[in-house]
Design a binder for this molecule. Sequence first.
Ligand code: VG1
Ligand code: CO
Length: 543
Amino acid sequence: MEVRTVATTPVEGQKPGTSGLRARTAVFMRPGYLENFVQSLFEAIGGVGGKTLTLGGDGRYFNERAIQTILKMAAANGAAGVLVGQGGILSTPAAAAVIRARRTDGGIILSASHNPGGADGDFGIKYNIPAGGPAPESVTEAIYARTKEISEYRIIDAPDVDLSALGETTLGAMRIEVIDPVAIYADLMASLFDFDAIRDLFGSGFTMRFDAMHAATGPYATRILVETLGAPPEAVMNGTPLPDFGGGHPDPNPTYAKPLVDMMMGPDAPDFGAASDGDGDRNMILGRGVYVTPSDSLAVLAANAHLAPGYANGLAGIARSMPTSRAADRVAGKLGIGCHETPTGWKFFGTLLDADLATLCGEESAGTGSSHVREKDGLWAVLLWLNILATRRVSVADIMQAHWAEYGRDYYSRHDYSDVDKDAAEALMAALRDRLADLPGTTVAGLTVTSADDFAYTDPVDGSTATRQGVRILFAEDARVVFRLSGTGTVGATLRVYLERYEPDPARFGEDPQQALADVIAAAEALADIRTRTGRDGPDVIT
Ligand code: VG1
Ligand code: CO
């Protein structure tokens, strides 16, 4: 089969963000856009000659076309083999599990995660390293640097590979193995959790709903929850993956997974509710009548992880992204283990996991995971919750009450202002940064600023640094507000405002978080002039 060398010119802006490169699907489908990035990726990792890669995506529109292109480019670049999920499907955590179990030289995952899909939606691509987790910034920067210099890419002319049937085939000299997207992942879950206990829990009449939001986790949830653990079929909602996620926004939060949240707050609520996102790495957790904030979920999982066989020996440490609440820190303190605060995005957890400084990691954006795949993992979090519920046999609401009684409650909320004008959002951040030195000691909306900075991080393992990771303002009232701009969007800018306040008084654990945080919300508005600068009356997503 003939290798074709195609002349190309750099495409501007192929800089990976918080989690890979994302752009409108139509942009990705332009001739050369995907090819340029893939060739740059191959070169940035030292070429793929003789290497084996894992490849799959979340099934969104253009997934299979992109996979065919990547296969032909891998063959043209001398790759020895590629493991592809059947139908081109692999959730992000499943891809990480395959990379690790089959020891491939990393993998390529096609996803724009929680961003809507379809011809009018978004598409994305990311590279995960042989340890399973996302490429660190040194690698994503090297890819970006290559995209600015690229002058040609290589591809073979060959018919498309049939991805519908399991088994082995070849493309030129390259071996292709079409694998069951679920099997390796499901085995890994069975090795971590007490499946017998969870089966008993379902057998005792415990009810749940898992909303796959028509995204990648449907087949995983059906195989594991229904077929293996004995939950009734109705336990999985929206379990059929669709290229446009049924027109929805596959983001598991109270805004986009509203039908599930409404059910959980209603009179016929099941015992447990959960949802995942486009590529299956996020999770939202609910109990009957309660929404568990992701920051609290991380803390509860950390405090109870030892109940699951995979974590019976305890945790080496916990890591959380900076905007995530301090609830997990309190658990780490009590357990006497380390707690690390990193910039937003899973690429920053990798070194800590490799060095065994952390076992559990989490983000306020509904991402929790562990050393098992070095990625956030939606279904893993659901199974850990189920393992805990199967052991403790109390309700989610009772678990939360007991947790707060022990540690106090970190009231938490994130307010998003999506698709605002980019210049206005950048001006808002710049104005905040200009004032950082003057803020300590001042009073804003009744709260006293104790410190204000722009989060900078030095990795304790490899010494790499990341600056300008979010403006954080701490108040004497044991409260905090953080401002940052999203690094996963494809148009305009999204302002994220992270709000929290610690409440030690058990008499005040039952408040509505928006009420409990009213002062902090008012202070955020006063500090950043959000309404005037964004032209919005309020946030469009509240989590
Ligand atoms: C968001 C979240 C971040 C998460 C990232 C990727 O990034 O805030 O916590 O790691 O998405 O998740 P940003 O830059 O938009 O705030 V996923 O599930 O989209 O791969
Ligand atoms: Co995701």
